[in-house]
Design a protein around this ligand. Structure first.
Ligand code: GDP
Length: 296
């Protein structure tokens, strides 16, 4: 399960603190040193860790905490609140266009889970009585179009494709026009990813962006890739105005680094978490619930 190591370590640190009646400044410092190591080991960005510890310390070493009857609980509460803030504070919903259709552009590296997420999001929107149209804009990965058609077929959501010989920019443009003509209120455009970021990939997605002017640009990030996921998010954000991040593969044994760093590093909210390969394994990302889950 995701965050298992981090969760166990933090619970140990706070278990020790809870065992003491009184808590001294030294106890707090010791605990914070251990929290710092636990976060670093969970692959959280070092600068994020540094700022986080500074914030918690600032609030935890005040007189009020020491005077409390349950100082350990007060400190845990502070850590919980700061972890929640770190992951964005509140749940951020999808942006909706003033005038339909709302256009959602998927971005991310190959294998991150874009195509799968396109299907999942369509299912979610459909369950809220929306009429999504999927657009097959990944013309390079063999079978990506077919994969999207199969997903669409499973949930009876239409998939627009022009095969793999028309440019993705043209496919995206025509897809959005079709949605307007047919009355689809959401368009989700799947795009190509590479194994790593390259200039060609960036240019193509930027061209699609200029052509269809999306309301939502979601970066799909594989949480299992840890620190690297954060670097990827940073690069995409510098090139493309992202509006949200979706973390995938949170069902795996990810150490948590991506979930805990990506918002702080890019400023982009994490909107959803994908927790499996099945089409209904998608959840709205709630920073407060995730923090509580980590702290146990
Ligand atoms: P794309 O190249 O970005 O379009 O990636 P795909 O959507 O094809 O996903 C790559 C692989 O990851 C596929 O085998 C998916 O079934 C799998 N996958 C996607 N999301 C998740 C997830 O949340 N959890 C797990 N365990 N696997 C996932």
């Amino acid at each position: 399960m995701a965050f298992e190591g981090l969760s166990t370590r933090l619970q140990n640190v706070f278990g020790k603190l809870k065992g003491r009646g009184k808590v001294s400044e030294d106890d707090v410092n010791d605990a914070m040193r251990e929290v710092r190591l636990a976060l670093l080991e969970a692959d959280v960005n070092f600068k994020v860790v540094k700022d986080f510890i500074a914030k918690v310390k600032e609030r935890a070493t005040g007189l009020e905490v020491m005077k409390s009857f349950t100082p350990a609980m007060v400190i845990i509460d502070i850590v919980n609140k700061e972890l929640t803030e770190l992951m964005g504070g509140t749940q951020e919903k999808l942006i909706k266009a003033n005038k339909p259709p709302t256009v959602i552009l998927m971005a991310g590296l190959q294998g991150a889970g874009k195509t799968t997420l396109t299907g999942k999001l369509a299912k979610l929107l459909q369950s809220q009585n929306h009429k999504p149209l999927l657009v097959a804009g990944d013309i390079y990965r063999p079978a990506a179009i077919k994969q999207l058609q199969v997903l669409g077929g499973q949930i009876s959501v239409p998939v627009f494709t022009l095969g793999d010989e028309v440019s993705p920019v043209e496919i995206a443009k025509q897809g959005v026009q079709l949605a307007k003509d047919q009355g689809n209120d959401y368009v989700i455009i799947d795009t190509a990813g590479r194994l790593q970021i390259d200039a060609e990939l960036m240019q193509e997605i930027k061209d699609i962006h200029s052509a269809v002017n999306p309301d939502e640009v979601l970066l799909v990030v594989d949480a299992m890739t840890g620190q690297e996921a954060v670097n990827v998010a940073k690069s995409f954000h510098e090139q493309l105005a992202l509006t949200g991040v979706v973390l995938t593969k949170l069902d795996g044994d990810t150490r948590g680094g991506a979930a805990l760093s990506v918002k702080a590093v890019t400023g982009c909210p994490i909107k959803f978490a994908s927790t499996g390969e099945k089409i209904d394994q998608l959840e709205a990302f709630h920073p407060d619930r995730m923090a509580s889950r980590i702290l146990g």
